[in-house]
Ligand binder design. Sequence first.
Ligand SMILES: [Zn+2]
Length: 438
Amino acid sequence: MRINDIFKLVSAYILERDLDRRLDVKEIHRYQDKKFRKIFKIAMKTRFYRDMYRDMIDFSRNLTLDDLGVLPLIGRENIMKAHLKDLIPEGFRGNIFKVSTSGSTGKPLILLNDEFTALRCLLAFADELRAHGIDWRKDKISIIGDFSFLGPEHNYMKIFSSFFPIPKKNFQLLDVGMSIKSIMSELEKFRPDFLGGYPPIIKGLSYLKKLGMGEKLQPRVIATSGSYLDNSTKRVIRDAFDANLFDSYSSAEAGAIAHQCEEGNYHIHPELLYIEVLDDHGMRVSDGEEGYIVVTKLYGNVSPLIRYKGLGDRVKLIGVGCECGRKSIIISDIRGRRVDPIITKDHKLISPFAITRILCEFADKGLKLEGFHILQKHIDEIEIFLDAEDPDIEMIRELEKSLSRILGGVKINIKFVKHLKKNIPLVESKVDYEALVC
Ligand SMILES: [Zn+2]
């Protein structure tokens, strides 16, 4: 890693810890503004942003966060059309890796990322754990994540372990591709203090727990992350586990975005992001109103995000003020895409991400995928709707084979559609697992 990045990490550890408890609202804004100016300079070293802002901005004056409104919003489609290297600033010499948006949005997006970004983001997750009484150096940690080669957890943990050797007795990493039953059996052997994973996986584990499995699995804290945590999932997890449950709102593109504090409110990480919540006409909403989230990432060396609207999540802006003492912006009612676990004929639960990541891998191989929707109507049949441009038949056959390997005897129907319906769950199972086995 570059010396400059090590210095930045150390200063982030010292200066940015509990920033939103130490600074008031104005000071936080000033701090964010300073970081934004640096990021804007980095962005202007990329072909992507230079082309995007050409003839739009007077670059003779320094832009501040208060000028953000003059900049255009960036969507997924802008990034998908560009060459990945166009988001690498000229002269950047560090290590980079590919990361996929894992599929919780239905539109696979592949970006390049750098080591500093990964480690800075992990530092933020460590702070979230600390707020809930978990110390990653002392407590036993189990993380169920996407450890495939494009999965964010794979790359983040690979980079983390190359700098800080992970003590195996304290860390357990389990892949979303495993069956939920095998995950449960590994967790029971390990007996973690902290359990982190995607909501549908923790929901699947909760069903098994209610069936009497995993008696020795009694984590103190459970965190969900990576996809929408709906009320029914929350209820099922709380019924099954006697643990402190919090949700961490993050994405592959933007990293750590917000986390639920001790009071249950979602605080934005002000040291990492500046957020706007906009209505459908692109105007900022007032406190208490709902809109879509737009993020400007205030750190990182490559793939800068300025006014990025591609997360596709709707949130309610609450404003500032919480019993916990943090003065960062609070959001609520985060409505992203729902993903359900898939159930096989022999009643095994399969993680939805084991399926979506296969689609992302094919997107990386060249399948021009605009979006997808997976629907399990019955226990023995799955429909996969693909919005794909000129799909290569051979590639689709390969895709079907790969899907069959994890779905066992479930019949797979791949259907092509021009446009997918809006606001539908990304992976939807109509099979009532609770009724089936409980
Ligand atoms: Zn709070």
